[in-house]
Design a protein around this ligand. Structure first.
Ligand SMILES: Cc1ncc(COP(=O)(O)O)c(C=O)c1O
Length: 427
């Protein structure tokens, strides 16, 4: 079937006809009457700040994920910051972070004068290279940030073993990992505390929002100090409207929580469909040349938040100009209607704030710690991944079905089967 698609024909980027017709890929997230009813009820209810829907959402997400404590907040970044504080980090302490992730996994540390130390990723899983974590531990290390990227969980047995050996805490960044599993255990139930995001693109979407989750009462109490203005009272305190400590404003709103509650009723169905669509895409792409498809290690259940894979730039003869050739391929694929992209094009330590080592001015927070080295030759795998990958979310999400995965695979088959035209694509 796909062999038929690998024919010499004019690419859509040069005026040929598109493989994926306009409108074939439905947008994310699906909205139905449950969403409308719940959001309108919140609107007409009396409390639009942290209200009854927020409290109900916390209970429902705790039940869904199997956590003791859930605080809903206004972003995954806020939840990560609460996690860093919950784990007892302070000025000059270090957190081990993968060199390839969303910047918040590292900038959440800066907000508390804490210093990220980056570890390269593993080529197969695209997650932190667990074999390199221990070498990054110093007397200042407090936390390992285990980011479950693209919806594939890190080898948590390996992470927890290093943490136990060095008496470190583990934060799971589950912003992309709702419902993903490692050896039967859900993301957000293994580390000391975790952060989830509910932003527009996430598997559980409420526009913005997030959860700080933990089973540890002490971590909850410490993290909570940030949640609203530093007003969270220690048990011995009495008065209100008083900053007992350094606080931000990280609470969720009732309207957003109502939306999240409605979406949560369908999350399991979304995840089943996403996984089936990803499996269909993998089957179809297996016939397409010069792609390196994602693999799922034994014991892991991927949620395929982002179906990310690589062009084989060696085989294509473009190892030296991989980034620009990849960008041409992605442009040609999108002209075919594939809706594939480049999620994150930089290793995090390459980003300006880290290279400058200046977040709050005057070299803060790095001035509080020991000197750290962010030279990029330490992250060869992350750098290669940045230049070789592409990935997609919406085409594999509900309400899209396997027929959309087949169409998208057809776009890849056409572009990769006509790769000699790619040089001429202008980016
Ligand atoms: C891995 C990861 N961590 C953290 C975040 C931050 O989440 P939010 O956008 O809700 O602040 C994201 C979201 O994009 C993410 O993908």
């Amino acid at each position: 079937m796909l062999e038929d698609a690998i024919i010499k024909e004019k690419l859509a980027v040069f005026g040929g006809s598109k493989v994926v017709p306009d409108g074939a890929i439905k947008p994310w997230p699906p909205i139905d009457d449950v969403d409308r009813k719940m959001v309108l009820a919140s609107l007409e209810g009396g409390s639009h700040t942290y209200g009854p829907n927020c409290q109900a959402l916390e209970k429902e997400f705790a039940e869904w994920n199997g956590n003791k404590h859930v605080l809903t907040c206004n972003s995954g970044t806020a939840a990560l910051h609460m996690a860093v504080v919950g784990c007892g980090c302070g000025a000059g302490d270090e957190v081990i972070v993968p060199a390839y992730t969303w910047p918040s996994s590292a900038t959440c540390c800066l907000h508390h004068n804490v210093i990220p130390v980056f570890v390269d990723i593993d080529w197969e899983t695209m997650n932190i290279d667990v074999g390199r974590i221990e070498a990054a531990v110093t007397p200042r290390t407090k936390v390992i940030m285990a980011v479950h990227l693209h919806g594939l969980m890190v080898d948590m047995d390996a992470v927890m073993a290093v943490a136990a050996k060095h008496k470190l805490k583990v934060i799971e960044d589950c912003c992309q990992a709702h419902g993903a599993k490692f050896r039967g255990r859900k993301a957000g139930t293994i580390g000391h505390c975790s952060a989830f995001s509910c932003n527009q693109n996430k598997c559980l979407c409420s526009g913005e929002g997030g959860f700080f989750v933990t089973n540890d009462e002490a971590i909850l109490e410490k993290g909570k100090t940030l949640w609203y203005f530093g007003e969270h009272r220690p048990p011995e305190a009495t008065g209100g409207y008083h900053a007992y400590g350094m606080g931000w404003m990280y609470r969720n709103t009732d309207l957003t929580a109502a939306f999240a509650r409605a979406q949560l009723t369908r999350l399991d169905d979304y995840l089943v469909r996403q996984k089936a669509n990803a499996e269909r895409l993998t089957e179809c792409l297996a016939e397409v040349p010069n792609l390196i498809l994602p693999t799922t290690p034994a014991g892991c259940e991927h949620n395929f938040y982002n179906y990310t894979f690589r062009f084989d730039m060696e085989a294509l003869g473009h190892a030296r100009d991989a980034k620009s050739f990849r960008d041409k391929l992605v442009k040609a694929l999108n002209a075919e209607g594939a809706q594939t992209g480049v999620w994150q094009g930089w290793p995090v330590p390459e980003m300006t704030v880290f290279q400058a080592k200046d977040a709050y001015g005057k070299g803060c927070p790095w001035c509080h710690g020991r000197p750290v080295d962010y030279s990029l030759d330490q992250y060869p795998v992350a750098r290669k991944h940045c230049d070789w990958h592409t990935g997609m979310t919406t085409p594999l999400r509900s309400p899209n079905g396997p027929e959309v995965a087949e169409l998208v695979a057809g776009a890849f088959a056409k572009v990769m089967g006509n790769v000699e035209q790619i040089e001429k694509v202008e980016v």
